[in-house]
Design a protein around this ligand. Structure first.
Ligand code: EPZ
Length: 421
């Protein structure tokens, strides 16, 4: 297993190119299961989760090619309907093959994804919605089997705006004749990107980015040529690394409108964010690297503060000139990074879904461990501001969500290297 070794503090300068969005690419790659035709998707980030999806699609009967951020998919043989445990357990997003396979073959079997460090992460919202479309759900040896004699369009309301359930049901409805109305949908930008891809495949989709999405399905869908949106979580993460380290960093190939809540928080904390259309149309983050003003946040479904930036935000607040509060409203166990930040000198108290951060003058480098993608990113934010050497272990978590992160940071002036543990 590799480690990152980071020497801090060191201000950052220059430019970083933001990659395509992991959380938009994964559902769009799953959507290729809806058609027999060739699909070509660009701006796909080279990440462990994309490689896992590559393996899953090939296992299911597709023939995939991936290189230079271009992913192409052709149908090589009759598709399997069973996504096995060893592939699903590696990546929860594998559950996104359910909607397409159910729609195409009226039957899908996949391993219950199991939880991860941030929570139990059930899929009841997905399954209840499939049942509303006429499917039956059964369980066998850790697998869930969803099948239907006939699927019918329907109007259904999610009990919670689940991102994955919204995506799964959009894909399923795209192959069901008639108009399916999904209410209380997630409104994340990645949902809009999936809607754009489904439209390219011939489905009629309207209302994405609002709480109600209408899909008029087709008997058959075409292949697609599509380019994935920028990664807004990577964008927010780099904004926080730059704010913590100090200096002036410009993020290219991204859009400030994707990170409004984070930009607002950073400006409240005293960080200068360039107006939209900064050089190269990107976002410039500028700060003297001194201690930020304390700013409290609570995570919410989009357009609220994103849960995926809660950990990096906590790391940034660890040196604030005062006390801030974080309320994690999306996942039940998403403060694993707090203990690691405290090893670097942070002063944090966690009670259930609330964390109180009392800012300290100085963080100190230390050996720490990543527990999930975003907790790992938080340790990089802290290491960027900490005095001394930080060694981050289990960085395979970070590799799941950030493409070539050490190369991008080194180019911006950070003293970071990847070493074999
Ligand atoms: C997506 O996960 C993202 N993953 C997550 O990003 C992100 O944190 C999350 O949305 C929230 O924004 C991808 O897009 C691949 P949810 P997803 O269904 O779809 C509960 C990252 O770091 N829930 O919106 O799984 C669930 O337990 C990852 O990139 C149910 O109870 O999120 C959670 O508490 C981490 N039943 C809440 O809803 C269900 O059937 C939000 O989950 C589904 C979800």
């Amino acid at each position: 297993m590799d480690n990152f070794i980071i020497h801090g503090p060191k201000s950052l300068r220059g430019e970083v190119k933001i990659s395509g969005s992991k959380n938009a690419a994964l559902p769009i790659l799953a959507a290729t299961m809806l058609t027999r035709e060739k699909c070509e998707i660009k701006n796909v980030p080279d990440l462990r989760d994309v490689k896992s999806t590559f393996e899953l699609l090939n296992y299911m009967g597709k023939k995939c090619f991936f290189g230079f951020n271009a992913f192409s998919v052709e149908e090589a043989s009759a598709l399997k309907h069973h996504a096995p445990y060893d592939l699903v357990r590696r990546m929860r997003a594998s559950v996104l093959v359910a909607g397409p396979l159910l729609a195409r073959f009226k039957k899908v079997r996949f391993s219950l994804p199991g939880g991860c460090s941030i929570g139990v992460r059930p899929i009841d919202i997905h399954l209840e919605a499939f049942q509303k479309l006429g499917a039956e759900v059964s369980y066998e040896r850790g697998d869930v089997i969803v099948s239907a004699g006939k699927l019918k369009s329907a109007r259904l309301k999610f009990r919670f705006p689940s991102v994955g359930a919204t995506e799964n049901l959009m894909m399923c409805a795209a192959l069901i004749k008639g108009t399916t109305v999904l209410e209380n949908c997630a409104r994340e930008p990645e949902i809009a990107d999936l809607a754009g891809a489904l439209r390219c495949m011939g489905a009629e989709v309207e209302g994405e980015s609002t709480a109600t999405i209408k899909i008029c399905g087709r008997d058959v869908l075409k292949g697609l040529k599509y380019s994935v949106m920028p990664d807004r979580i990577e964008t927010g993460t780099f904004m926080l690394i730059a704010a913590a380290a100090g200096g002036k960093l410009t993020l290219l190939n991204t859009d400030i409108r994707l990170v409004k809540s984070v930009a607002r928080g950073l400006e409240k904390a005293g960080v200068k964010i360039s107006p939209p259309g900064g050089r190269g149309g990107g976002i410039t983050v500028e700060t003297d690297g001194l201690r930020p003003r304390p700013v409290s946040v609570e995570t919410k479904p989009y357009p609220g503060f994103p849960t995926d930036l809660q950990a990096p935000w906590m790391a940034f607040m660890a040196r604030a000139k005062g006390e801030s509060l974080i309320h994690e409203e999306i996942f039940e166990n998403r403060f694993m990074h707090a203990a690691e930040l405290m090893r670097m000198g942070a002063d944090i108290t966690v009670t259930d879904r609330k964390a109180v951060i009392r800012g300290v003058e100085r963080l100190l480098g230390a050996p720490v461990i990543a527990s999930d993608i975003r907790a790992g990113a938080a340790l990089i934010v802290a290491a960027a501001a900490a005095k001394g050497v930080t060694v981050i272990g289990r960085i395979y978590h970070i590799d799941r969500g950030y493409e070539k992160i050490e190369d991008k940071l080194r180019l911006a002036g950070m003293k970071i290297e990847r070493v074999k543990a």
